[in-house]
Design a binder for this molecule. Structure first.
Ligand code: WT7
Length: 648
């Protein structure tokens, strides 16, 4: 199949697409160009064919006899809220919400932002948008008001959908308040959304839960989901559906790059659904009506989009939506969830596994996990130690592990084993998926490295899950992904090593992008958040290895010398404030572990910060800095080392 996928590429993908509902599917209708020297870069799959992703997720499955099978299983933070939806029941919810969206002026192509916790309202709203051809843009509900505002404004959303609050273990996070703040920020930048829809999510009484009446509400702009959607459930009218061109936008999802501004990654309806359908089917070996996939990623990330929602549904399988945290009520909750719903495929991140590893085997062994067939991991390199723990403790020494390498931009798995078919090696994502031609480029001259070796991981041939554009910034699309190396390569930003058997091992990012607990964060984003502080005149951020988080952030900042901040107590206050700034500007997950106040940064004569040196200092590796002849003032290195010792 792999051979065919490469040599008869368009025919291969057209046949797979044909397993879903498409009108006018034609294998000669796909056109692509990865090489900017041959004209504008474009990726167009099945142009002219018409399809609808929500239709394929729901009606198509019901037609196939899955109507009464489970589609969505909601494992709530609080037991009392757990619910399940069959395909038929989910369709009713989606149709109802689709009618509501249309009634409130949302049309094909309009952007709708979701800022929601992991509750059924989120997948229902996403599917309803897909159904009517509206473009959803889900913003992870851990982002700050500022980050939310930036995304809402960038995609010019017509509507924002949120919840009164989000519940995580015993914590309640007031989401609606954060949305209000974001709407204020948008307003001051001259942008307003039409409507904010609010789902009650604090209906049961727990101490500290905001009651509905405590949630701020602006009656000219806000709508309560429950009250305003109800009438469409019983109106007896058919729900509209919009069949789209295969190349129309399905959704926009923001991700971090090496500049401060997040990139709105644009995915197409036809290509994306085909690729996500195929990767779910083959990598997770999904069988309609039988398999239950538990993907622990939040729907606010691409992993949640592709394998927490669309992938399983397109295959007629159930998906588990897990609201809480992996350690509540205790560290065995995921395995209990596996037993409770007979989960067959479990998909998580190395950072979560490392956290659970810290609780020992006991919480795992209290479950049977008898239903599990396949384990998956994604998001960061997995060490052989964690890989073996996953395999032996969770998988009882018998389950295959699919270490899947991919990115927001790629839509679905790119480098991954096929379970049962690919002999595994711990820590290796193994081989390319169907249709994928990965290459390792020499970072110096951009030539392809053959056989054993290490280099920049790039992809040579287009595949259907490939993103179409950076929203509103086609030039950025071409520059950051296709012009890094000449010759028509998609540049991933990751490094990889190929061993003598051809296995690929991902070594991590080569650019200024960090990976903290599987969250992708740009150094520039954190730096610009730090310099928002009135006392901070310059900042440089690096990441260092962290036992649980994979990487953690260390910030080096220069404070304004005109402010007298010599006293130690005042320095500590500044450090704390600077960390708060990052939490407020981006979100708590991006907070630096340590802020080191320095007088100067290691810069070249042309003013470029030598992060390589900071990275070594941050890691405590100060014996050999290699070639430092480019430094404008070599003396700063010793000073930073001193400041660093002080800060610890
Ligand atoms: C970056 C993409 C799409 C998955 C969720 C993250 C890192 C992803 C692996 C893996 C080593 C991995 C890469 C990549 N990454 N999967 N199996 N092994 N590293 O999506 O936020 O777009 O981040 O995550 O560095 O570039 P994302």
């Amino acid at each position: 199949m792999y051979h065919r996928s490469i040599h008869e590429r368009d025919q291969f993908w057209t046949e797979i697409a044909g397993e879903l509902y498409f009108e006018n599917l034609d294998s000669s209708a796909s056109t692509h160009n990865f090489d900017p020297s041959r004209g504008p870069v474009h990726v167009k799959w099945f142009e002219g064919a018409r399809t609808n992703m929500a239709y394929n997720c729901l009606e198509k499955q019901i037609e196939n006899g899955m109507g009464d099978k489970r589609a969505l299983i909601f494992e709530a933070n609080d037991e009392i809220n757990c619910t399940e939806f069959t395909f038929r029941e989910l369709l009713v919810e989606v149709e109802t919400f689709a009618k509501f969206l249309i009634a409130h002026g949302v049309q094909k192509g309009d952007r709708v932002v979701m800022y929601l916790p992991m509750i059924p309202a989120l997948p229902i709203a996403m599917l309803a948008c897909s159904r009517i051809g509206a473009v959803h843009s889900v913003v992870f509900a851990g982002y700050s008001a500022k980050s939310l505002a930036q995304r809402v404004h960038d995609c010019k959303a017509k509507m924002v959908i949120t919840a009164s609050a989000s519940r995580r273990a015993e914590k309640i996070i007031p989401l609606k308040k954060i949305v209000d703040e974001a709407m204020e920020i948008c307003k001051s930048d001259g942008f307003c959304v039409n409507k904010v829809v609010v789902k009650h999510n604090a209906d049961i009484e727990i101490e500290g839960v905001p009651h509905v009446e405590d949630v701020p509400f602006h009656s000219d702009r806000d709508l309560w989901w429950n009250e305003s959607v109800a009438e469409f459930r019983t109106d007896g009218k058919p729900a509209p559906i919009e069949f789209l061109d295969s190349c129309d936008t399905a959704f926009i999802l923001y991700t971090s790059g090496s500049t401060g501004k997040p990139k709105g990654v644009v995915h197409s309806v036809g290509g994306y659904q085909t690729y996500v359908y195929a990767t779910s089917k083959f990598v997770f070996d999904l069988h309609a009506g039988e398999d239950v996939l538990f993907c622990t990623a939040d729907l606010g990330w691409i992993t949640g989009h592709s394998y927490g929602l669309y992938g399983p549904l397109l295959n007629g399988c159930a998906t588990v939506l897990f609201e809480g945290v992996p350690t509540y009520p205790d560290a065995g909750v995921w395995w209990q969830t596996v037993d409770k719903y007979d989960v067959t495929v479990f998909y998580t991140s190395p950072t979560a596994l490392r956290t659970l590893q810290g609780y020992g085997e006991d919480p795992v062994k209290r479950s049977s996990r008898a239903s599990l067939r396949i384990l998956g991991t994604v998001g960061e390199p997995i060490s052989s130690e964690t890989w073996l723990w996953y395999h032996s403790v969770v998988g009882d020494d018998k389950l295959p592990i699919c270490d899947t390498w991919w990115q927001t931009e790629t839509g679905g798995h790119i480098i991954t084993p096929l379970p049962g078919a690919t002999p595994l090696k711990a820590s290796s994502a193994t081989f390319p998926f169907f249709g994928i031609v990965p290459v390792l480029l020499d970072p110096k001259d951009g030539t392809e490295i053959q056989g054993e070796g290490e280099g920049c991981l790039c992809i040579k041939e287009p595949w259907p899950g490939m993103f179409l554009d950076v929203h509103g910034a086609h030039e950025r699309y071409e520059n950051s992904y296709f012009k890094v190396y000449e010759g028509g390569y998609y540049f991933s930003g990751d490094g990889a090593r190929r061993d003598s058997d051809g296995y690929l091992f991902i070594t991590g990012r080569l650019d200024d992008v960090m990976n903290v607990s599987g969250h992708r964060i740009g150094t520039a984003e954190v730096e610009s958040a730090l310099v928002q502080h009135s006392s901070c005149i310059e900042a440089a951020v690096v990441s260092i290895a962290h036992e649980v988080k994979g990487e953690s952030i260390v910030a080096y900042v220069i404070l304004d010398p005109s402010r007298s901040i010599e006293k130690r107590s005042s320095l500590e206050i500044h450090q704390r404030e600077l960390i708060t700034n990052v939490r407020m500007e981006i979100g708590p997950f991006a907070a630096p572990e340590r802020v080191v106040i320095v007088k100067d940064l290691p810069k070249t004569r042309s003013g470029k910060i030598m992060r390589r040196i900071l990275k070594k200092i941050a890691a405590g590796d100060v014996d050999d800095f290699g070639d430092v002849s480019a430094l404008a003032d070599p003396g700063v290195v010793d000073e930073i080392i001193k400041a660093e010792r002080h800060a610890r």
